[in-house]
Design a protein around this ligand. Structure first.
Ligand SMILES: [Ca+2]
Ligand SMILES: [Ca+2]
Ligand SMILES: [Ca+2]
Length: 327
């Protein structure tokens, strides 16, 4: 089967090798794939949509949460914004979810006794977690996929989870900043057709565990990139602080950087020693002050001592894996 992206990338690489010139077809891209030296695999342009929309909002509006595939110059297929288990995994219990008309004003309006308990260890401690993600999370405890977010993109929602486990245990979370322009890392927002959007994740647990800078966060998908020379790597960190985070109306030829996720990244035994520490973000930076799914339960988020975390770039890094060991 012909894949236009693969052929475009392969052809442009040959031309660039032959001429040493930058592509003239895209004024926004000032460097080429063949010049890129880092550990990521680079793709360019829009992915092929393979799932048009994972989620329909029954009561209200939501952004279209599609899934795409894009093939790199070596024939590897990348799923964007990321591989996920939304359609198959157990869903988290909604703390606040407008599409389901679950909109308590505070925690006392919420019946927590009906939240199902995932048993990791039968003789473990029962722990309750409170989670808010921009936009989507999948929670693993000791490598077991415990629950996933009920809303992949928008509206913003929050979740409760209960599990039974013995210490020490490992929390691993896949977080996805979803995108409308699949493979380009952008959405129609703030008057721009290709706005990069941002992520953010915060959680607290009844055993005192909270998200913070002692969590680890590694990046697996960074987009949009308009100039590949802005990417760098230092001691395992996949850095993009020099890359533009501006929206544009001409983002259709953006590059994306992909890294393969290790198959056992969520397991207790996985060695994440090379992963960077998580970066902290303020509530203002994430922009939650107008979001009831967060503010109505703030006592379980920043009020519990938890901080918003992500990788080093909360705008451009769209698939991030988090790990934390509870001692
Ligand atoms: Ca969500
Ligand atoms: Ca983003
Ligand atoms: Ca987002």
């Amino acid at each position: 089967m012909l894949n236009r992206n693969k052929h475009y990338i392969a052809l442009s690489s040959i031309i660039l090798l032959a001429t040493g010139c930058s592509p003239s077809s895209d004024a926004a891209s000032s460097s080429s794939i063949s010049d890129y030296q880092g550990s990521a695999t680079i793709t360019q342009g829009l992915a092929k949509t393979v799932v048009s929309n994972l989620f329909e909002c029954e009561n209200g509006r939501s952004r279209v949460a599609g899934i795409g595939e894009i093939t790199d110059s070596e024939g590897n297929v990348w799923t964007v914004p990321a591989n996920n288990h939304f359609t198959t995994a157990p869903k988290a219990t909604d703390l606040y979810e407008e599409c389901a008309k679950i909109t308590p004003k505070n925690l006392t309006d919420k019946d927590e006794t009906s939240v199902p308990v995932t048993v990791i260890d039968t003789d473990g401690e029962e722990i309750t977690g409170y989670i808010f993600a921009d936009n989507y999370f999948e929670l693993y405890i000791n490598g077991t996929l415990t629950v996933v977010d009920t809303v992949p993109f928008t509206p913003f929602n929050s979740s409760i989870v209960k599990f039974k486990v013995k210490k020490p245990y490992t929390i691993a979370v896949k977080v996805i900043d979803w995108e409308e322009n699949l493979g380009l890392g952008t959405e129609n927002n703030r008057g721009k057709g290709y706005h990069p959007g941002d992520g953010g994740f915060i959680a607290s647990f009844s055993d005192g565990t909270v998200t913070g800078s002692d969590w680890q966060a590694q990046t697996f998908y960074t987009a949009p990139i308009y100039d590949l020379t802005c990417l760098s790597e230092v001691e395992g960190q996949r850095l993009s602080a020099k890359c533009s985070t501006e929206g544009t109306d001409h983002g259709e030829n953006a590059y994306a950087a992909h890294w393969k996720t290790p198959s056992n990244w969520m397991s207790k035994e996985f060695n994440s020693a090379s992963w960077p520490q998580a970066t902290l973000y303020t509530e203002d930076e994430i922009g939650v002050n107008n979001k009831k799914s967060y503010m109505n339960f703030i006592e379980k988020f920043s009020g519990a001592g938890a901080s918003f975390i992500w990788s080093s770039n909360v705008v451009l890094d769209n698939e991030v894996l988090l790990r934390y060991e509870v001692k």
